[in-house]
Design a protein around this ligand. Structure first.
Ligand code: HAM
Length: 427
């Protein structure tokens, strides 16, 4: 029979990788909590219209990357390609956004039908944060500080750089868009194919074309900065002042426009050189018009989402992971004989009662040698050994597995104290 396999671009997360994901997720959750964010969970499937209206009809995501299907009753549904639209939908639906502020985070799978490659998948995972009800640039700054703190905590700070831009307001962009189209139309035939197509549908996306000839043609193009009013320029300047004061370095990239249509004012991306082509590990910006666009009362928003797969790849490439993360247990309990097995159960349970240690007891018997092999494989720091002699004398052997130091026989009554010496934080 032919084997059934996972869908291309959708990956299994195997046990030896999951500890790394948990480490990253735990670090992110802790930092988010430090800034007062609370979790929201929304369904993975939404009405297709939600993403069309928020991300934009003429974006790559909506035009060609969505997993859209007809429900049994004929409704058009879509697997969420991102989290912001769902957060806004839920916020409006449950009255979380009117006349109040919210700081929300979410984590989970997103779906885009892109060409899979390293760091780019069809099911991928984001951890995102959204702030609602904050108009000023201090909220933009705080979000960026939060991400910078997470990079420091993960040891990634020296390997990421922050790119920033401002997109101003819709009216300002409209005037700029016209000027850009006027500038590009006479030279349209020299643009790459994608950009020619975008000239009339979404001309600002031409700015971040990867094509060298298109980029060269853009050198003399009008600049959005010149179309911004005072309030928009102020918003950006204040953000920069906050970042300067916090010692956060950035590069202003006037070509950064992002692939989703809902942004205004601030947009930003954290990028890295250490992942090859898929170098953006976190991206976001402000979307003051989105709540209204989706049927709510006006409410400003700003947020970001990071790509979990990309961050895990970075952590693996740059710092490796400590052996405690790979380990399946802290303590492995080895017992030879029926009486000793009963004692092993008793001690293992007591240890779980009194500590947070991960205790793996040998199951299925076997020779002392084969049990010790399994103990090594678990990568536990110590083995507890109970043989017939130890059982008779109410003793336990503590054998370090990761260090060269010799084993130690202790009275059963002293076992907890001896383990507390080794695992100080676990009791
Ligand atoms: P985005 O730039 O589309 O923004 O995605 C955010 C991050 O998700 C990217 O920087 C990348 O790390 C990761 N990512 C995106 N697509 C893939 C993929 N196919 N495979 C692996 N990782 C991927 C948003 O989604 C916005 N909702 C962010 C936001 C929140 N803006 C405001 N609030």
């Amino acid at each position: 029979m032919s084997k059934i396999q996972a869908i291309r671009g959708m990956n299994d997360l195997l046990p030896e990788q999951s500890a790394k994901w948990q480490y990253l997720e735990a670090s992110a959750k802790q930092v988010l909590a430090q800034y007062g964010f609370r979790e929201i969970r929304t369904p993975i499937v939404e009405q297709t219209e939600l993403f069309k209206r928020s991300i934009g009809e003429v974006t790559d995501i909506v035009e060609k990357e969505m997993y859209t299907f007809a429900d049994l009753n004929g409704d058009s549904l879509t697997l969420r390609p991102e989290g912001t639209a769902s957060c806004v939908r839920a916020g409006i639906e449950h009255g979380l956004l009117f006349n109040q502020t919210q700081k929300l985070w979410y984590a989970g799978p997103m779906f885009r039908h892109e060409r899979p490659q390293k760091g780019r998948y069809r099911q991928f995972h984001q951890i995102g944060a959204e702030c609602f009800g904050f108009t000023d640039a201090d909220a933009d700054a705080e979000l960026i500080m939060l991400t910078a703190r997470l990079w420091r905590q993960l040891g990634l700070a020296d390997h990421v750089q922050l790119e920033l831009n401002t997109l101003g307001l819709a009216e300002e962009r409209k005037a700029f868009r016209q000027a850009l189209v006027d500038y590009l139309t006479p030279i349209a035939s020299q643009l790459d194919e994608d950009s020619q197509r975008r000239l009339h549908s979404n001309p600002m996306r031409i700015l971040d074309s990867k094509n060298a000839q298109t980029q060269a043609l853009l050198a003399e193009a009008p600049s959005l900065r010149d179309f911004l009013g005072e309030a928009s320029r102020n918003h950006f300047d204040i953000l920069l002042q906050h970042l300067d004061a916090a010692g956060i370095k950035y590069v202003i990239n006037s070509r950064l426009v992002r692939g989703l249509d809902y942004y205004c004012h601030t947009v930003f991306e954290w990028t890295t050189q250490s992942l090859g082509a898929q170098g953006t590990v976190c991206a976001g910006g402000r979307y003051d018009g989105l709540v209204e666009q989706l049927g709510g009362k006006p409410c400003p928003g700003v947020g970001f989402a990071m790509g979990v797969e990309r961050l895990v790849l970075m952590l693996e490439a740059l710092q490796g992971f400590g052996s405690e993360l790979d380990a399946q247990a802290d303590v492995y309990v080895v017992a030879a004989g029926t009486g000793a097995t009963a004692k092993a159960f008793e001690l293992a349970e007591r240890l779980r009662d009194q500590s947070r240690l991960r205790v793996m007891q040998n199951l299925g018997g076997g020779s002392f040698k084969s049990q010790m092999k399994k103990a090594d494989k678990s990568q536990a720091r110590v083995a507890l050994i109970i043989g017939e002699d130890e059982l008779a004398n109410a003793q336990v052997i503590i054998k370090p597995l990761q260090e060269e130091t010799g084993q130690n026989t202790v009275a059963e009554a002293d076992l907890m104290a001896a383990l507390q010496d080794i695992f100080k934080d676990a009791f």
